[in-house]
Ligand binder design. Structure first.
Ligand code: 13P
Length: 254
């Protein structure tokens, strides 16, 4: 598998952090530090911050994303936001299936699949998250679980549409815990995801797919993780809220 064929992408996931005013300060802090990045740079931000961040990122190399979307175009779904709404604002990316959505908001592989479909139909790029809990890892079912999450989420997605999908491997036990998967662990699961994609589509599609690692990625561990043959980028939580740290990770991906 040829890593040079794939685009490295570093994406920040701001989660439920930053008011619009704070978001403006953060994006303005990030902008100059990543302007010469050789890799793709994306900031996924809370819905209420999208306008401010889109405006600030206009004409820069920073892509802007949301953190979720609903699968219907519109209707009686109080509190939800559709993929169309995001696309109409100029949003380019959306995170789908983050473990925090699965864990705390009852999202299932099936609803993740519906959201992926809706996002692609609206013309968005998808950052699809998969990953195992500590109990699942200890049970030895990581590969099977991640393969299943990947297969269900990509149901009905064509090979052409797959070009607009990034998959992020995020072991739940490494998120926000300071515990990082070793680079070998991260690579092993990213490789499993690539093999799964090859089995659904073909070797070309798998080889072109950008697969990120996420879970306590920091400037200190990013170079080793990003040097792995099947790790093509990172989905960054905590460190994406600190311009210097985020920029250092972007630099490591270059
Ligand atoms: P942390 O980088 O804070 O561990 O979060 C990772 C994550 O969940 C990104 O989506």
């Amino acid at each position: 598998m040829n890593k040079a064929k794939r685009k490295a992408v570093i994406a920040g996931n701001w989660k439920m952090n930053k008011t619009p005013a704070e978001a403006k300060t953060l994006i303005e802090g990030i902008k100059p530090l990543v302007k010469d990045a050789g890799c793709g740079v994306v900031c996924c931000v809370p819905y209420v911050d999208l306008s401010v961040v889109l405006e600030a990122a206009k004409g820069t190399n920073i892509g802007v994303g949301a953190e979720n979307c609903h699968w219907e175009k519109s209707g009686a779904y109080t509190g939800e936001i559709s993929a169309e709404m995001l696309a109409s604002m100029g949003v380019q990316y959306v995170i789908i299936g983050h473990s925090e959505r699965r864990q705390y908001f009852g999202e299932t592989n099936e609803t993740v699949n519906k959201r992926v479909r809706a996002a692609l139909d609206a013309g968005l790029n998808v950052i699809l998250c998969v990953g195992e809990s500590l109990a699942q890892r200890e049970q030895g079912i990581t590969s099977e679980l991640v393969a299943l999450q990947t297969k269900i989420a990509l149901g009905g997605v064509s090979k052409d549409e797959l070009k607009r999908v990034i998959i992020a491997y995020e072991p739940i036990w490494a998120i926000g815990t300071g515990k990082t998967a070793t680079s070998a662990q991260a690579n092993e699961v990213c490789k499993t995801i690539r093999e799964t994609v090859a089995s659904i589509y073909d070797a070309d599609a798998a080889e072109a797919l950008t697969i990120q690692y996420g879970g306590s990625m920091k400037p200190g561990n990013a170079p080793e993780l990003l040097a792995q043959p099947d790790v093509d980028g990172g989905l960054i939580g905590g460190a994406s809220l600190k311009p210097d740290d985020f920029a250092a990770i972007v630099k490591a991906a270059d």
